[in-house]
Write a protein that binds this ligand. Structure first.
Ligand code: CTP
Length: 394
């Protein structure tokens, strides 16, 4: 899951580095936004090191002069937790005041926001604070109640921010209830395949695996148990719900597909599989001669076509079509020929679209006759759109 943590100027901010570390250990991606005053309570350097991401504080970067986009942060996040949340920040959230980067991000959030208010006993009891909490509750914000205990003022009472372990548990529970693919099993194929020519050379392609990995993460973030069959790529994916199966060749991909697909509920095949492999693999390294070298290639197994042919009516299968021309016609042909529920078309050759890019532009065609075009966007956000599409159309 992609978790955004907002830190405001409360003593309990000292607990946030531990929370960030815990969430990262659990396989989540974490970004931190701090209000300007909160940097007196906890170091941005510590939070950026533990989250492995830059910490956002201002609307613009004073070093580069570049503007920071709060909407991008809000879109990136699956969840925003503001903790500790001071009386000041919760008042501004309740009233629509937006004088820092964290508040601007909160007002741009379309997903779930949780707050962990932390303040002194008397402040927490104040009718204004109670009223603001009620407004936020009505706005759909989840309020994690403060615990009873010793407070920074030396007083004892309600106002203490819960410990990092408790906050991590609440995050997990809060999202579990809304996970739309909980209990489902998904198969994703990603990356290229390498087909050996000799002991050291291979036929391959430029696939980075980024789209497939982003889809695997987006499915797991919705609670699906994902088996990710991946060709060679430097990418890693640490998520408690993702099991990685590494393969090199189209044949290995085919064997793993036959092994896993029968027990799956859905599949998204994004691997860029070699359609041909050398008929014979030379055991040694081929020596250079003066003569031209001719390689004889044989067809590889089509894993997606096999999965489509063995698809049960309860299973939902999505393939990709990677085309340099006549995209729509070829995509529709693949939809029928491989017995898919939907096909996602990538049109190569357009700017920002392609194997090693972080962005992509897609169209989804399905058996219901829909043709859905998505504008150029990051592979991460397109992966979420694809998962939303699957959930809504299955
Ligand atoms: N695919 C597969 N196994 C193969 C070839 C393709 O599983 N041997 C899957 C890809 O993962 C993708 C879809 O089939 O989801 C379409 O791949 P693409 O390369 O666009 O098409 P091909 O079927 O290989 O046809 P062509 O190369 O002629 O366009």
């Amino acid at each position: 899951m992609q978790i955004l943590i907002g830190v405001t100027a409360g003593i309990a901010a000292y607990k946030i580095p531990l929370l960030v570390r815990l969430l990262v250990q659990q396989g989540h991606e974490v970004k931190v936004i701090m209000t300007p005053d909160s940097v007196d309570f906890v170091s941005p350097l510590v939070l950026s090191t533990l989250s492995k991401n830059e910490v956002a504080i201002d609307f613009w970067d004073k070093k580069t002069g570049q503007w920071k986009n709060h909407v991008q942060y809000a879109e990136w996040a699956d969840l925003l937790l503001i903790s500790p949340c001071t009386a000041n920040t919760l008042a501004k959230m309740a009233q629509g005041s937006c004088d820092n980067f964290l508040l601007a991000t909160y007002f741009s959030m379309r997903k779930h926001t949780l707050i962990a208010p932390a303040m002194d006993l008397e402040m927490f009891q104040h009718p204004t604070v109670k009223r603001n909490l009620e407004i936020l509750n009505q706005d759909g914000v989840t309020i994690i109640p403060p615990e009873f205990g010793e407070l920074a003022s030396g007083m004892v009472g309600e106002g203490r921010m819960p410990e990092p372990e408790t906050l991590a548990k609440v995050i997990l529970q809060g999202t579990q209830a809304t996970l739309r693919l909980k209990g489902q099993k998904a198969l994703v194929t990603a990356g290229p395949t390498y087909e050996s020519i000799d002991a050291v050379r291979f036929l391959g392609n430029r696939s980075s695996g980024k789209m497939g990995y982003a889809i695997a993460r987006a499915l797991a973030d919705e609670g699906a148990s994902v088996t990710l069959i991946s060709g060679p790529t430097p990418l890693t994916l640490q998520h408690p719900l993702v099991e990685l199966v590494s393969i090199n060749t189209a044949q290995e991909l085919f064997e793993q597909t036959k092994r896993h697909w029968p027990s799956m509920d859905l599949g998204v095949f994004a691997a860029a599989v070699a359609d041909y492999r050398p008929s014979q693999v030379v055991k040694e390294k081929l020596k250079k001669t003066e003569e031209p070298l001719t390689l004889t290639l044989e067809k590889t197994e089509d894993s997606l076509a096999w999965a489509g042919n063995h698809k049960l009516t309860t299973q939902y299968l999505v393939g990709f079509a990677l085309e340099t021309s006549l995209g729509e016609a070829y995509a529709l042909e693949k939809l029928q020929k491989k017995n898919l529920n939907a096909v996602i078309l990538n049109v190569l050759g357009e700017k920002g679209v392609g194997f090693n890019e972080d962005t992509n532009k897609i169209r989804i065609f399905d058996q219901a006759g829909q043709d859905l075009a998505f504008p150029l966007a990051s592979k991460t956000s397109l992966a979420k759109e694809i998962v939303d599409y699957i959930i809504n159309n299955r």
